[in-house]
Design a protein around this ligand. Structure first.
Ligand code: ATP
Ligand code: MG
Length: 416
């Protein structure tokens, strides 16, 4: 066993080297090795914990074998230098291994280790024959050079994959930034324009006091909306910076659900939705009441706005086996390829954009972070055109005695 076995295996995993087998460029190296050494079989072989993975091959169709089936390459990587076995039948170390005694019938082996820039022998470039053989010093040298190049190629492939991911990530971030700027511009401008127009009307005078009061009400509503937006931006920033303050306690989930429903009651009515609630009398949850209510209001808000008028919103709360709330709607739904992204800061699915449903894409990002701080989880099931179900599961609350110490049930963060 190589002395650096653990680190070696970690590097193999990091390089994602065994994900694609075989790869043409490595098979070209194997073919070159077979040709240089005039052998029927050559491999670029990565030695994993239990298996050997043929990254490139020539003369065989298999893509790997158990580590215990052949001791040649494991020997080469443990010794970290070229190994040549002239006649395996005559060598007690290898004579009884499946690759010699079994259907491969290997008699001759020569392999050079592929040593990474971090110094780990990840695998070998090796050649095999069915008859006893001996390589020349030039062939040894060529095999060593091919192994060095195979190691470099492995690392180069990894770097290319990483660069690809970074470029994609940057493109996504740029797209999100553009989308956010468009949305926030619209979301800020709409209430501001409204405030300005109504102020002008009031300034012009000639309004009876009832109309003036009504206009002032509109102004108040729009400035509330602006404040809400700014609060959301600040909350998101503090959650990202992990500076948001939480005051958790044992609270009744059902009370929070009722409060959240009161907050959105007018909006539900305006949109002609039917609201159905299934809930037990009590369900204790360990949470910051205000933050958790924020979560519930936000999820209800999404259900209301992404459901065409006259839809149904069903809320189910339960206490067993853990405190849980599920909010299902009959709305526009979310395409499968977007569901995995909707918790990202500012991400909005194209359906929302195309239908010009207002929003900044901050809501679910905030919701997700709040739930995670509590040690809970959120799952979304959605079918485009049919509806969406969001399920929030919170950790089982601690017993009343232990909650006196204000320790969370299974929170990943201290301070909660
Ligand atoms: P904001 O919450 O900042 O006002 P938003 O509602 O668009 O904006 P999120 O709440 O973060 O943003 O939701 C992200 C995206 O997920 C939405 O834009 C929408 O595409 C999709 N989405 C969320 N909830 C639903 C739902 N119940 N039905 C359909 N799509 C939804
Ligand atoms: Mg939202």
């Amino acid at each position: 066993m190589p002395a650096d076995e653990n680190e070696r295996l970690c590097e193999l995993e990091e390089l994602e080297a065994t994900e694609e087998l075989p790869e043409p460029r490595f098979s070209a190296i194997a073919a070159a090795a077979a040709r240089v050494c005039s052998t029927p079989i050559a491999l670029v072989n990565l030695v994993g914990a239990d298996s050997q993975h043929f990254k490139g091959s020539s003369g065989v169709t298999a893509t790997g074998m158990d580590r215990a089936d052949s001791w040649f390459c494991p020997h080469t990587i443990a010794a970290r230098r070229l190994l040549e076995v002239h006649d395996a039948d005559a060598d007690p170390r290898f004579r009884d291994t499946p690759i010699v005694a079994g259907e491969w019938r290997v008699r001759f082996y020569a392999g050079a280790p592929m040593i990474s820039s971090r110094g780990h022998a990840l695998g070998t470039v090796c050649v095999m024959d069915h008859r006893p053989r001996r390589l020349s010093p030039e062939q040894h040298q060529m095999l060593t050079v091919l192994a060095e190049n195979a190691a470099l190629l492995l690392e180069a492939h990894h770097q290319v994959r990483r660069a690809d991911r970074i470029i994609h990530g940057l493109q996504d971030v740029q797209e999100l930034k553009d989308q956010f700027l468009r949305n926030i511009n619209h979301e800020l401008r709409t209430p501001l324009t409204s405030i300005r127009s109504y102020l002008e009307l009031i300034q012009d005078g000639d309004l009876d006091s009832a109309t003036e009061q009504r206009f002032l009400g509109v102004i108040e509503h729009n400035s509330d909306r602006l404040l809400e937006l700014i609060d959301e931006l600040l909350l998101m920033a503090s959650l990202n910076a992990e500076t948001a303050v939480f005051h958790p306690a044992r609270v009744d989930l059902i009370v929070l659900v009722h409060r959240a429903l009161e907050v959105v009651a007018d909006r539900v009515q305006d949109r002609g939705h039917t609201l159905i609630l299934h809930a037990p009398d009590r369900a204790t949850v360990w949470a910051d009441a205000l933050r958790f209510q924020h979560v519930l209001v936000h999820l209800l808000d999404n259900a209301i706005k992404f459901t065409p008028d006259g839809g149904t919103i069903e809320v189910r709360a339960s206490a067993d086996p853990a405190p849980r709330v599920e909010i299902c709607d009959t709305g526009i739904g979310i395409g499968a390829e977007h569901v995995e992204r909707i918790f990202e800061d500012f991400y909005r699915a194209p359906e929302a954009e195309e239908r010009a449903i207002p929003g900044t894409g901050m809501g679910l990002a905030i919701v997700d972070k709040i739930i995670r701080v509590h040690g809970g989880s959120i799952r979304i099931n959605s079918t485009p055109g049919e509806g969406t179900c969001v399920r929030v599961t919170m950790p089982v609350p601690p017993s009343p005695q232990s909650s006196a110490h204000r320790t969370p049930p299974s929170s990943p963060r201290p301070g909660l």
